[in-house]
Write a protein that binds this ligand. Structure first.
Ligand code: FES
Length: 295
């Protein structure tokens, strides 16, 4: 008897709730239900595709979300993804996000090694997700956020410090020597262009900074990317001698070029093949020449 009363009470309270629900709330609930159904369908499709696939690849992905209770403890999640020729780490991550867990968070944009937003720590090495072929890696693949940076969520790290270091070297063209005619171009010799060419390829991905032991131990060290940017402009003949002097003053500081211990880790991981260590060494030589005094 009492059970029947309770059930009747529950039903009527549910009816009252439904009646008092605003159209806005109802729309939200419907939207939530639609998304849940969509997620289930995607997951089912993924399971089917994995069953039918000739080859599948296992991913071990670092997960961490400081804002959600129960996800604050760092952990690894495993995903199985159907493999096809030409597939990159970024493709695999997108598959896992779209089919298994829409909360899986990582940065990406151009998907062609231009924007620099998807630098990750893949199988123990800094790499661009969109440039790294799954076929070139050992499986299962372990994917982590870049080391030596604070993790914001899952594979996303805080880039603020990296951008501060880049900003410190004034990474933009400055000159007091302007061409005479109004429509005249700021000319650069072919040889000078050749000299700075590789340094201009930097995409600010921060893979080099993450690989550098010195940067890991000295938070104020400018780091390979920023020094490369300083090189790019210090060696540009169009800026003139005054600016070159100004740029050498910046990189000569206590946490500048002299911190580099020529370990080459930055050069090894750079996805654009910039000879970063060489550029740092060349700036060291320039700094020495700059300080030589003849009496
Ligand atoms: Fe732009 Fe990889 S997504 S560099």
């Amino acid at each position: 008897m009492s059970t029947q009363i309770t059930e009747r009470e529950e039903e009527s309270s549910a009816e009252t709730e439904a009646e008092t629900e605003s159209p806005h709330q109802r729309r939200r609930m419907d939207e939530k239900a639609r998304r849940a159904a969509e997620r289930d369908a995607m997951r089912e499709r993924a399971e089917e595709e994995v069953r039918d696939a000739e080859t599948t690849v296992g991913l071990k992905v670092f997960r961490y979300d400081p804002e959600v209770e129960g996800k604050k403890e760092p952990r690894f999640d495993q995903f199985t993804v159907p493999f096809h020729k030409g597939m990159t780490v970024l493709d695999a991550l997108m598959y896992a996000r779209d089919h298994y867990d829409s909360s899986l968070t990582f940065r990406h944009s151009c998907r062609q090694a231009v924007c620099g937003s998807d630098a990750l720590f893949v199988n123990g090495r800094q790499r661009l997700g969109c440039k790294t072929q799954l076929a070139d890696l050992d499986w299962p693949i372990r994917i982590e956020p870049l080391p030596h940076a604070d993790v914001v969520k899952d594979l996303v790290v805080d880039m603020e410090h990296f951008y501060d270091q880049m900003e410190a070297v004034e990474p933009y063209f400055q000159t007091n020597e302007h061409p005479s005619g109004e429509l005249e171009e700021q000319r650069q010799t072919r040889e000078n262009r050749e000299k700075v060419k590789m340094s201009t390829r930097c995409i600010w991905c921060s893979a080099c900074m993450s690989s550098c032991n010195i940067a890991a131990g000295d938070n104020q060290y400018l780091g390979p990317a920023a020094i490369n940017m300083a090189y790019r402009f210090a060696m540009d003949e169009r800026e003139g001698e005054d600016m070159k002097q100004h740029r050498l003053n910046i990189i000569e500081q206590e946490h500048g070029v002299w911190r580099c211990q020529t370990q080459f880790s930055c050069t090894e991981v750079c996805p654009k093949d910039i000879p970063l260590t060489e550029h740092i060494q060349e700036l060291k030589r320039e700094a020495v020449k700059n300080n030589l005094k003849f009496w």
